[in-house]
Structure formats: structure tokens, C-alpha cells
Design a protein around this ligand. Structure first.
Ligand code: NDP
Length: 283
């Protein structure tokens, strides 16, 4: 058996075209990204996000602060952006330099401008199953599953990884769709016993090729969120040999990656609807 590849690009392009239409209809959407320091990976991510935002007609500002920026200075900047009526959406690129408490900065964001969906209010609304700003990567995964009409109700879904950015929100979105969800992590015993039962397996770990073909349920849907830089280039958390066992598999690169950026732009549209009162922010 050879798995059907779920590529992200065509779905992402469709989402981005819809965002461009929404931006044109709304008139103006202001997105400010804040990058503190000069981490090369963060610089790449910010550039990609900006390119996509500008292409969709979003008024995107790329704010760069020095590596030595203090926590107080960053908090003051966030408060200024929170109050700025021209700013619909704010993204503070993580990780932040070690002198800054990330949780404090995330809490300082106005929840309705928190385009990444990391604020505790947004995380809490997701936990409660209420519509809210949800992190872009797991939203992108859901769009990929829907594109291929993957049956989620009653399905056994296994998420490897429990980060606040991917694993936990992923598990909640799958639960909202009535999957029976298991969350695995670094302390999970006999990981393969769980993964082998998974109708839908999402790997968000950060360990190259850790999901081997013998861990995959025959015919199952495997979503590889991992992006790992190795000597062989970018690789995922799933051994590509899993394509011989799985029914569906997302490639790396070209799978979940493009979806993340597209769904981030969708979130910016949502932020603008909150600010304009077209959608009621649940507070
Ligand atoms: P984190 O490092 O925050 O979380 C990794 C998770 O994997 C943790 O919950 C950890 O468990 C778990 N884990 C680590 N080792 C094992 C193991 N051997 N067995 C089982 N579980 C394990 O990473 P992120 O969630 O931020 O990212 C995960 C991956 O997804 C990375 O490769 C990242 O680059 C990629 N990513 C891709 C995106 C995209 O757009 N495609 C966007 C965001 C991330 P524990 O909690 O116990 O430590």
C-alpha cells in the first residue's frame, strides 16, 4: 500500500485567496509582528509570515527590537499595540530572549488581538469548546483532515506532543469533533501500543523520524507536524517509510508548514472582526 499524500500548498493557497477577498471587503487589517533579537530561524519565520500577509493585502508591520530589550520595554510596547486602533492583530515571535518571561508577555496581549491564540483566555475558550482564536498549526491540520473528509467522530486519535502551541490545542480540536483522543509525550510508556491503534496520528515532537513504519496502523491517517533541520535538509517526525503502511500521510516539507501561515492570516481576519464588533469576543 502507498499512502495518499496530503499536501498543504493547494489548501493553503485557497485559504490565502479567501483571506485576500476578506481583507478587500473589510478594507484594512493591521497586523504587527514583534521579533526581539536576531535568532535566524525566527527571522525566517517572520519573513515568511510577512510575505504572505502583504500578498493578502494585510497592512503588516515588522517590528524589530534589540536582543537586549528588557521585559518592561517589551511589555510597554505590547500595551501600546493593544491600545492602537489601527492594530487588529499582534504576534510576538517566540522564543524570546532569556531575560523576558514569555508567559508574562503573552498575558499582556489583548486577547482579541492575540493572533497566535496563545493567551490563557483563548486557550481556556478552546478548552471549553467555545469558538475563539486557536493556534494556527492545529487549525491547519484540521483543515487538511477536512479536505480529505477524514471521519473524526468516534475515531481513535493519538497526538504525540503536549505543547501549548501544537499538541494540546490539537487534542482539543480533535475532541471537539468527537474523536477519542489520547495525548502521548516523553513519559508515555510503550508509545507504539498507542500509535498502532490510531485511526488518526498526529506527530508534533521535534525528533526526526521518530514515528517508524511499524508504529503506524495500516490505512491510518498520519499527520507530521515536525520540522527538523538535519544534514539531509528539513525532515519530519515521521519516517517517510510510513507511506507504505498509512492510508494518508502529510509530507515534510510541503505538508503542515504552508497551512500554518495560511491559518495565521485567517486568524488576523478573525481579530479584525472582533475589533470591528462583527464577531463578539467571548469575555
Ligand atoms: P515542543 O518541544 O514544545 O514539544 C514537544 C513535545 O514532544 C513535548 O510534549 C514532549 O514531551 C514530546 N516528546 C519529546 N520527545 C518525545 C518522545 N521521545 N516520545 C514522545 N513524546 C516526546 O515542540 P512543539 O510542539 O513546539 O513542536 C513540535 C514539532 O513541530 C517541532 O518539530 C516543531 O519544529 C514543529 N512545528 C511545526 C510547525 C509547522 O508549521 N509545521 C509549527 C510549530 C511547530 P514532554 O512534554 O514530556 O517534554
Amino acid at each position: 500500500m502507498s499512502a495518499t499524500l496530503i499536501t498543504g500548498k493547494p489548501i493553503a493557497e485557497r485559504i490565502r485567496a479567501q483571506v485576500a477577498e476578506d481583507v478587500a471587503a473589510i478594507g484594512h487589517i493591521g497586523l504587527v509582528t514583534v521579533l526581539v533579537g536576531d535568532d535566524p530561524a525566527s527571522d525566517v519565520y517572520i519573513r515568511l509570515k510577512h510575505k504572505a500577509a502583504v500578498a493578502a493585502g494585510i497592512d503588516a508591520t515588522d517590528l524589530r527590537l534589540l536582543e537586549e530589550t528588557s521585559e518592561a520595554e517589551l511589555l510597554a510596547k505590547v500595551e501600546e499595540l493593544d491600545a492602537d486602533p489601527q492594530v487588529d492583530a499582534i504576534l510576538v515571535q517566540l522564543p524570546l530572549p532569556k531575560q523576558i518571561d514569555e508567559a508574562k508577555v503573552i498575558r499582556a496581549l489583548a486577547p482579541a488581538k492575540d493572533v497566535d491564540g496563545f493567551h490563557p483566555i483563548n486557550a481556556g475558550q478552546l478548552y471549553l469548546g467555545e469558538p475563539t482564536l486557536v493556534p494556527a498549526t492545529p487549525r491547519g491540520v484540521m483543515a487538511m483532515l477536512d479536505e480529505h473528509d477524514v471521519e473524526l467522530s468516534g475515531a481513535r486519535a493519538v497526538v504525540i506532543g503536549r505543547s501549548a502551541i501544537v499538541g494540546k490545542p490539537m487534542a482539543h480540536l480533535l475532541l471537539q469533533r468527537n474523536a477519542t483522543v489520547t495525548i502521548c509525550h516523553s513519559r508515555t510508556r510503550d508509545l507504539a501500543q498507542h500509535t498502532l491503534a490510531a485511526d488518526v496520528l498526529v506527530a508534533a515532537v521535534g525528533v526526526p523520524g521518530m514515528v517508524t513504519p511499524d508504529m503506524v496502523k495500516p490505512g491510518g491517517v498520519v499527520i507530521d507536524v515536525g520540522i527538523n533541520r538535519t544534514e539531509d535538509g528539513l525532515v519530519g517526525d515521521v519516517d517517510p517509510g510510513a507511506a507504505e503502511v498509512a492510508g494518508y500521510l502529510t509530507p515534510v516539507p510541503g505538508g503542515v508548514g504552508p497551512m500554518t501561515i495560511a491559518c495565521l492570516l485567517e486568524n488576523a481576519v478573525r481579530c479584525s472582526r472582533y475589533r470591528r464588533g462583527e464577531l463578539a469576543f467571548p469575555l
